[in-house]
Design a protein around this ligand. Structure first.
Ligand code: 5AD
Ligand code: SF4
Length: 455
């Protein structure tokens, strides 16, 4: 087994392969991990076959995220039988399932939770050493911190157009279905000046968009700074064309933030506003701390200020105790709201959460599936209608690269974060370009664009 040691400049570097599962916060955390490990002399590879160390940055939010990780682990078991390999599990699953993972999965050498990445190079080096010596010592770092914000770690960013910045970590909301407060710990905000300085550096590196991340950005507080003040300062950074943020909580959406979105030309006219359920009874059980009336009033306020703001949401179907009439209320509210898009999930009971302790997961799998399918079909029609409203409009589009299906097509995003595709022979484009294109066709997920008519 090759070993990296910062004092041995000539040693063959240790190759690390890192796979990321789950949300944007995890993508961002993987950039932090790459940065911390590279500083320590580790080299990253996209090829699993070349790797001495395989790391998985995991997600625990729903059962299927878990299953993906377990499936991947069983594949690694085969590789580990054939050659020396250090396997590390990072992120939310490491945090939440520490007993289970170390017991059930003897193949795992290192477990590191979201607040322990500074220790990761040391843990990996120890695991490599222990393996060389024929020992089987596990490295475990899963303590949660009240302070860790990685403020001084410059993420190792891949994407050349969008850069993420986590402005806060953790969550104190304790929605009854959600595991995040347990896996990511208490809320803490990163210093505003550090964030703004980083935004300037990002702009100098040529990034055009910044997405500010937090489990509930409305809770951002650092001295005199709140989130509205912060996003305005980031949006003022020269060279940054677009600023997005995710996610705000509907219970405490601040007016100054709405005013910032409405008025600043570089803050995207797009808000992700997780609804979760259209039934007050279920919202109560979910501990969401708002009623449908309040949610509706917030959406009305947003739309009265600017009717072109693109709204998206998250909805859970089949939460514990959800009756047909609760689901009907959700269905009707989705019809009424006409969100541009929605992520629709089946409720997945998570160990240790309030719901898992208090409310039996009593909606059958078949009913959950039926409700998700019905809502999904409804939303697809709504998204289709919403996207057709853009026909003939000329929109500014930030180019991200090639379309997934064909390198002959370019792909970018509208200000409202809708995917746009065009023929590159007709519209040559480079990532980072800001184009002005006319929409000539639309599906429920995609807008199709061409050069605008010459007037
Ligand atoms: N089951 C299903 N969906 C969940 N979410 C969070 N926890 C669960 C769960 N236990 C969804 C919520 C949240 C999104 C990020 O994931 O809709 O807004
Ligand atoms: Fe989970 Fe609720 Fe916190 Fe979002 S606000 S991370 S859903 S507990």
């Amino acid at each position: 087994m090759k070993r990296t040691d910062s004092t041995q400049a000539t040693a063959t570097p240790t190759h690390v392969h890192l796979e990321t599962f789950g949300c944007q916060m995890n993508e961002y955390d993987s950039e932090l991990v790459r940065s911390l490990m590279k500083q320590d002399g580790f080299v990253f590879t996209d090829e699993q076959e070349r790797a001495d160390v395989i790391l998985m940055n995991t997600c625990a939010i729903r059962e299927n995220a878990h299953n993906k990780v377990y499936k991947h682990l069983s594949e690694l078991k085969k590789i580990k039988r054939q050659r020396p390999l250090v396997v590390g599990v990072l992120g939310c699953m490491a945090q939440n399932l520490k007993e289970e993972l170390t017991e059930i999965q003897p193949l795992i050498d290192v477990l590191a939770g979201p607040d322990s990445y500074r220790q990761l190079p040391m843990l990996i080096r120890n695991a490599l050493l222990s393996q060389e010596e024929g020992l089987d010592q596990k490295g475990l770092a899963v303590d949660l911190s009240e302070y860790e914000t990685y403020h001084d770690v410059v993420p190792d960013r891949h994407d050349g157009v969008n850069a993420w910045i986590a402005v806060m970590r953790g969550c104190d909301n304790f929605c009854s279905f959600c595991v995040v407060p347990y896996t990511r710990g208490r809320e803490r905000s990163r210093d505003a000046e550090g964030i703004i300085l980083e935004a300037h550096k990002i702009a100098e590196q040529g990034f055009k968009q910044i997405t500010l991340l937090g489990q509930n950005v409305n809770s951002y507080r650092f001295g005199d700074w709140d989130f509205a003040r912060l996003i305005l300062a980031v949006a003022d950074v020269p060279g940054i064309e677009r600023v997005r943020f995710t996610s705000p909580h509907p219970k405490d959406f601040p007016m100054p933030l709405l005013e910032a979105v409405v008025s600043h030309p570089h803050i995207c006219k797009q808000i992700h506003l997780p609804l979760q359920s259209g039934s007050d009874r279920i919202l109560g059980l979910m501990n969401r701390a708002y009623t449908i009336r309040e949610y509706r009033a917030l959406v009305d306020r947003i739309q009265a200020l600017r009717s072109d703001i693109v709204l998206s949401t998250d909805i859970i179907c089949g939460f514990a105790g959800e009756r047909d009439e609760d689901f009907d209320e959700t269905y009707r509210l989705v019809e009424e709201m006409r969100f541009h898009s929605a992520f629709i999930f089946k409720y997945s009971e998570r160990k240790n959460t309030i719901a898992a302790r208090k409310f039996p997961d009593d909606v059958s799998e078949a009913v959950k599936t039926e409700r998700v399918t019905r809502l999904f079909d409804l939303q697809r029609n709504i998204s289709y209608g919403r996207n057709r409203e853009y026909l003939k409009a000329v929109l500014p589009i930030l180019v991200e690269g090639d379309a997934k299906r064909s390198a002959a097509q370019g792909m970018g995003k509208s200000d409202g974060n809708i995917t746009v595709i065009w023929d590159k022979q007709i519209v040559p484009s480079q990532p980072g370009d800001l184009l002005s294109l006319a929409i000539y066709d639309a599906s429920s997920t995609t807008l199709y664009a061409e050069p605008p008519p010459v007037s």
